[in-house]
Design a binder for this molecule. Structure first.
Ligand code: ZN
Length: 323
């Protein structure tokens, strides 16, 4: 298998025999990493026909439910969470802030929008919004909120979007789910009008948290995550699709210091041991939480945050209406 992004050679990386959300055996358990650019991928890549069954779970978060159980935090848990919060300078996609970079009444397309939560925050600001999602339950959820969401994926866009272009195309925690991220980004490129903007967010596989816990990190999420990006891999992928890199934005720090998150990750390790005596990931213990906090509170954004987004622009001036 060669790397989709740079064409480099891949080498064996890791192994995950558990589907943590379903709690059953993961049959796509082997992963490779590109020796040139560091992009990770499941290998062999599952077929397009197999992928929908990965999402056949009542608890998957596009349906608005969380797999994290409520945990009564101890005094130490509260202290760790509070310290993480004090050092958290992460920024999510903020409709009010990004509105300043968009023309009034700009058009926005969210690919893989789930129930349309993000579009529901853009719409009251006067934007024309539309979404795409393969999940019928998520589309029904969006329809209740008055958001139009078409059936499709990034790789197979709905026919209704043919010839359409948008001022902002959003792909939030979508690219890592795509069989063919380069095809998905090419489609996103042609959906972005010349001069328009791409926002693409993925789990940050260069984060200390991800590297420390490995396959037992909540962000690994086999078999739904098919590709594993570092910020450099993400930047390279959007550039290869024709976008000009603008900037990175990082988010997700306080949440992975929450007792519920730690308990979930500890349970991933414990349940992985039903399938292998030696999981290739570590257990998220209280001691590890303390170590992670000490080693990341003042670290670079790339090491600190569990998610990274890239802003890109499609080259070309926006078309102006004749005066
Ligand atoms: Zn590569």
């Amino acid at each position: 298998m060669t790397c989709f992004s740079c064409g480099g050679q891949t080498a064996p990386w890791t192994h995950m025999p558990l589907d943590p959300i379903k709690g059953t055996e993961n049959t796509h358990k082997d992963f490779v990493v590109c020796t040139e650019c560091g992009l990770g991928a499941v290998s062999p890549m599952p077929s397009s026909e197999e992928i929908p069954s990965f999402y056949d779970t009542a608890q998957y978060y596009t349906h608005g439910q969380s797999h994290l159980a409520e945990v009564n935090p101890t005094l130490l848990d509260r202290a760790l969470h509070h310290i993480a919060w004090r050092f958290d300078k992460g920024q999510s996609l903020d409709p009010e802030r990004i509105a300043k970079d968009l023309p009034p009444g700009a058009s926005i397309c969210d690919l893989g929008c789930g129930g349309g939560e993000l579009l529901g925050r853009f719409k009251p600001l006067g934007f024309n919004v539309i979404g795409v999602d393969p999940d019928a339950a998520a589309r029904a959820e969006a329809a209740k909120a008055g958001i139009t969401v078409l059936a499709g994926t990034c790789e197979e866009l709905p026919a209704d979007l043919k010839g359409q272009s948008y001022d902002l195309v959003i792909m939030s925690h979508v690219l890592e789910h795509c069989r063919d991220p380069s095809l998905a980004l090419q489609k996103a490129f042609f959906l972005t009008r010349p001069g328009g903007m791409l926002f693409c967010e993925v789990p940050n596989c260069a984060a200390t948290h991800f590297k420390s816990l490995g396959v037992c990190s909540a962000m690994f999420d086999a078999p739904r995550h098919l590709h594993f990006f570092t910020p450099a891999c993400l930047r390279k992928a959007i550039s290869l699709s024709g976008f000009t890199f603008s900037s990175f934005q990082y988010m997700g720090y306080t949440r992975h210091h929450h007792a519920s998150w730690r308990q979930w990750e500890a349970s991933i390790y414990d349940r992985t041991r039903q399938y292998t005596a030696h999981p290739l990931g570590r257990r998220h213990t209280v001691l590890r939480s303390i170590q992670l906090l000490l080693s990341t509170a003042l670290a670079s954004d790339e090491k600190k945050y569990d998610s990274v987004a890239v802003y890109g622009r499609r080259p070309g001036a926006p078309e102006r209406a004749p005066v």
